[in-house]
Design a protein around this ligand. Structure first.
Ligand SMILES: *Cc1c(COP(=O)(O)O)cnc(C)c1O
Length: 248
């Protein structure tokens, strides 16, 4: 008797059920890390980093009930703007998580409720000028805790000063601090950077710059370490959408 042909494995295409399962998996990782850190249940939100994913897929995934309570982030303004019209009425908020040039502010502001990547007073002032009257833009100060030259963000020593300046600008609300962790597989090295951001956040709160300021840190590979150091938002791409074809 001839051998049965093997069932072909799906190549590349995931069904919406697969995405729902991945969202559940990520949420379970978060819940477990929160629990292990002895932190309050529900104290960490997941931001879905949707770069390179087409708008139609993004919509399908973020509108799943499993994504309720999560956020969405785009790191390239060009892509944020290109997908904007197709994703205008999402049920979860969108943040910009990448660098913003001042000539793209108006375009970007149409599609986000928050910018996590403010790393200069110039940008903060330009944002404050462009925010429509009556609207409040949520702003985080991005800090380069690893001091890697390729990374965007202010030096840790300048973070509090910038946060204090942002906090008093009209139209902006300082909501916290963001960082991209060190490019290292060493837990000690990565966590030291996250601990540094947490210390900055604590100083900012002590200085009266805000209550419950967020710590946006940790990605697919290291969200547990970030949560152990106090992350309140973890930004996850690969763990939900799979490896990206193009490096961005
Ligand atoms: C892409 C991206 C992420 C998510 O990274 P993954 O490793 O895919 O989870 C988080 N933060 C920023 C700023 C990103 O650009």
């Amino acid at each position: 008797m001839a051998a049965q042909p093997e069932t072909p494995q799906p190549t590349g295409f995931l069904t919406v059920v697969d995405y729902a399962a991945r969202l559940v998996e990520v949420q379970q990782r978060v819940n477990q890390a929160v629990n292990e850190a002895g932190r309050e249940p529900g104290s960490v939100r997941v931001l879905l980093a949707t770069k390179t994913q087409p708008a139609a897929l993004v919509r399908q995934v973020v509108e799943l009930p499993e994504a309720a309570g999560m956020l969405r982030g785009e790191n390239r303004v060009q892509e944020l703007v290109a997908k904007g019209p197709d994703l205008a009425q999402l049920s979860i908020p969108t943040h910009l998580i990448g660098p913003l040039q001042s000539n793209k502010i108006n375009a970007a502001l149409r599609w986000v409720c928050g910018v996590e990547s403010v790393a200069s007073l110039d940008l903060a002032e330009a944002l404050a000028k462009r925010v429509e009257p009556g609207r409040v833009l949520e702003v985080m100060v991005q800090v380069n805790v690893s001091a890697e030259p390729t990374k965007h963000g202010v030096a840790p020593g300048q973070a509090l000063t910038l946060a204090a300046q942002v906090a008093v600008l009209p139209g902006l609300r300082l909501t916290g601090f963001m960082t991209i962790g060190a490019n290292s597989a060493e837990e000690k090295v990565v966590r030291a950077g996250y601990a540094e951001l947490a210390a900055i956040r604590n100083q900012a709160q002590t200085a009266g710059l805000g209550e419950r300021l967020e710590l946006s840190m940790g990605m697919s590979n290291d969200l547990e370490w970030a949560i152990a150091e106090g992350a309140t938002i973890v930004r996850v791409g690969t763990a939900v959408f799979g490896p990206r074809a193009v490096q961005v």
